[in-house]
Design a protein around this ligand. Structure first.
Ligand SMILES: CC(C)(COP(=O)(O)OP(=O)(O)OC[C@H]1O[C@@H](n2cnc3c(N)ncnc32)[C@H](O)[C@@H]1OP(=O)(O)O)[C@@H](O)C(=O)NCCC(=O)NCCS
Length: 153
């Protein structure tokens, strides 16, 4: 699975696909990440996308990751490409996922990422402002909390 930085025309297409899944801007820990300010990696023929922000070195924020063809190694290939893409100057990669995303929690921990922070109830609080946030997520789990994971480079 080849992974390459999105360039020129395909960059806008990639950002639109990510926006369709996550919205734009993407909110992480209360911080605002417009996709226009993120760099994007493309796996294969748009089989997966990763949006990365380098605005807070030495920590790089993995703002979004999608494998549109699941369980075929797309997500693994995107994660594997990240350190080389970031280059020197970055010591950690950080991401945030909700409590119900057990597939992602498993996926990242299997690939060396460690649990770094828990924010209990923050999604419940956000739902008061934005009632469209679902109450139930994967595996019938309540959508309540956020968990940060980090990888030391
Ligand atoms: C989480 C996510 C990015 C994982 O991506 P993925 O491409 O499905 O992950 P991979 O295929 O690389 O790995 C998943 C499993 O499939 C296995 N796999 C990979 N290729 C395979 C193949 N050809 N046949 C069978 N299994 C395979 C991997 O070994 C891995 O299992 P392991 O963890 O036991 O090693 C993906 O599920 C996704 O996009 N989810 C929705 C969005 C999301 O939640 N993003 C993360 C938010 S923080």
């Amino acid at each position: 699975m080849t992974v390459r930085p999105a360039e020129a025309g395909e960059l806008e297409i990639a950002r639109q696909r990510l926006a369709g899944f996550w919205g734009d801007p993407i909110l992480v820990r209360g911080a605002v990440y417009p996709l226009a300010d993120c760099e994007v990696l493309i796996a294969g023929d748009f089989e997966g996308l990763a949006a990365i922000s380098r605005r807070d070195p030495p920590i790089a924020e993995l703002v979004a990751l999608n494998a549109f063809t699941p369980r075929r190694g797309v997500g693994t290939a995107l994660l594997a490409a990240l350190p080389g893409f970031l280059g020197p100057g970055f010591r950690q990669i950080r991401l945030t996922t909700p409590n119900y995303n057990l597939d992602a929690l498993r996926f990242y921990q299997r690939r060396g990422y460690r649990l770094a922070a828990l924010r209990p109830g923050v999604v419940d609080l956000a739902r008061r402002e934005k009632p469209s946030i679902p109450a139930v997520g994967d595996y019938g789990l309540p959508v309540r909390d956020e968990i940060d994971l980090m990888l030391d480079l």
